[in-house]
Design a protein around this ligand. Structure first.
Ligand SMILES: Nc1ncnc2c1ncn2[C@@H]1O[C@H](COP(=O)(O)OP(=O)(O)O)[C@@H](O)[C@H]1O
Ligand SMILES: [Mg+2]
Length: 250
């Protein structure tokens, strides 16, 4: 099966240890795919490989008809792949509006560059983007004063402002309150159809709320794939989560 994003037999070794080992994933355009698995399964490394932070030792990453596996990281970003890291990349001394303006200016599409040369940042587009990530009331707030949750949403806003189509989120709800987690689920649900998204997440409640299809990783490769109900009932999935807190509460 071919997809908008097709990861085939992807592998990387660190000193002989295969952190990702023959991973296969096919993700459709506008799909939100949740990636789960026990600690050390290779989820973060898989995202590192897709965004080019880590180079694979084997396999392929086809995205919109382009092979990403051997491209430099900036070219992968230019192809529309955006990764949100745990450490925020916002400019703390700049306001939310200014942060978004900077991100708009980093747009890489030829048409957008021409557009910005002529007209600067479109304030209306910027404000509707801020609304999309629940930050419309914070446009004049310096990023340093944002809550943890707001900082994460601004980060997603920055990826969207940069016209990233494929968005990679690694444990986006880590450290969030219940309310912040709910807002993040709403943002993820709004992104569906508009962007293609991979969300690595531990919180199964969150996964159930946003994920249609869930891919389960174990020891660097795909163990199971299906709906939340299907993967939770899968004996192999249950097995790999045994000894940890269990899939329902992981
Ligand atoms: N740069 C690295 N060097 C050596 N080992 C690494 C490196 N990055 C990850 N690993 C190892 O690869 C495995 C997978 O890690 P990771 O992708 O972070 O798992 P997950 O995100 O699923 O918890 C772990 O055993 C980890 O220790
Ligand atoms: Mg991880």
């Amino acid at each position: 099966m071919s997809g908008h994003l097709t990861v085939s037999d992807l592998s990387v070794s660190f000193g002989g240890f295969k952190a990702v080992n023959g991973l296969n994933l096919t993700i459709g355009k506008g799909e939100l795919r949740c990636l789960i698995g026990p600690n050390g399964a290779g989820k973060t490394t898989a995202l590192d490989l897709i965004c080019g932070k880590t180079k694979p030792t084997g396999g392929s990453i086809q995205y919109r008809g382009q092979e990403l596996a051997r491209l430099e990281e900036y070219k992968i970003a230019r192809a529309g792949v955006g990764r949100k890291f745990q450490v925020p990349s916002v400019f703390r001394q700049l306001t939310v509006r200014e942060n978004l303006e900077v991100a708009y200016c980093r747009r890489t599409g030829v048409f957008s560059n021409l557009f910005h040369l002529n007209r600067g940042v479109d304030a209306e587009a910027l404000e509707s983007l801020a609304e999309f990530v629940d930050m419309a009331d914070e446009l004049n707030t310096p990023a340093a004063y944002l809550s943890h949750g707001q900082t994460q949403w601004l980060e997603i806003g920055l990826l969207l402002a940069q016209e990233c189509e494929l968005i990679l989120l690694d444990e986006p709800t880590a450290g969030m309150t219940v309310q912040e987690t709910q807002k993040t689920a709403n943002i993820c649900n709004r992104l569906k159809g508009k962007n293609t998204i991979i969300v690595v997440e531990h919180d199964m409640g969150f996964v159930r709320e946003i994920g249609d299809i869930i891919s389960v990783m174990h020891q660097g490769s795909l163990l199971a794939e299906g709906t939340a109900v299907e993967v939770s009932a899968n004996p192999q999935v249950k097995e790999v989560y045994l000894g940890s807190v269990g899939i329902g509460h992981a």
